[in-house]
Design a binder for this molecule. Structure first.
Ligand code: ZN
Length: 235
């Protein structure tokens, strides 16, 4: 099983790792700093370098069962090779800021409108989030934006803890996303944003809300009778 180093430290930009399996351009490692696409967060990119200096670009990263599958730009790596993994940090850091802002936005629409999140897609430049709140209209945007920015400006610490499945599942407030619960997960990772919000979550986040900057909601669409979609950027 690949050890996902970002789960305990999202600021790790590089690591040494061993190739466990190589099938053409698809590489499994014993440990990784690369985030695999999932939970609305795009995968990381970057590179792997062997001890003799050969470089492989990491173009895509996916979860495959218990392993993390890294797609590199050309073949050549073999099981047993030692590699140094390096993230495209600028992109990852933007995702961390966006991801943390998405928690705050989700908590705000939940607290204000009782909305559950039905979908989200993080991007480097823009993020969108869907939630079910039929009473939400364009007029409410300034209020939601102001509330989110208020929380960010409090510079709350963002921390993680791990909790056993049974205990975590007993706390309904940890699961605001309407989608899947990982079936085989024995331990859940719990993310706390100061005293403002707590969620079960496997993504990458900044360590204090001030790093987000400010959110600016740039658009909103109705997606059916219940669902609303907002788009925001970071300033
Ligand atoms: Zn998260």
């Amino acid at each position: 099983m690949t050890e996902r180093l970002y789960l305990s430290d999202s600021y790790m930009r590089e690591c040494e790792a061993k190739v466990l399996k190589a099938e053409g351009r698809f590489i499994e490692l014993d440990r990784t700093v690369f985030y695999a696409q999932g939970g609305g967060q795009p995968c990381d990119t970057g590179k792997m370098a062997t001890q003799d200096g050969q470089e492989y670009k990491v173009v895509s990263v996916k979860n495959s069962a218990e392993e993390v599958s890294h797609e590199v730009d050309h073949e050549g790596l073999r099981a047993g090779d030692k590699v140094k993994c390096v993230l495209d940090w600028e992109k990852r850091y933007k995702h961390m800021r966006m991801h943390t802002s998405a928690h705050i936005m989700a908590a705000v629409v939940h607290k204000e409108y009782g909305a559950l999140i039905t979908g989200n897609q993080l991007g480097e430049q823009q993020t969108r989030m869907d939630f079910d709140a039929p009473q939400f209209t364009k007029e409410k945007i300034p209020e939601v934006e102001a509330k989110a920015n208020e929380v960010i400006a409090r510079d709350l610490p963002v921390s993680i803890a791990f909790e056993e499945r049974e205990k975590a599942l007993a706390r309904a407030e940890l699961f605001r996303l309407k989608d899947v619960l990982p079936k085989d997960l024995k331990v859940f990772r719990i993310l706390s944003i100061g005293d403002f919000d707590v969620q079960a979550d496997g993504g990458t986040h900044v360590k204090s809300t001030k790093e987000i900057g400010r959110v600016k909601i740039v658009d909103m669409k109705n997606k059916g009778a219940e669902n609303r979609r907002i788009y925001w950027e970071l300033e």
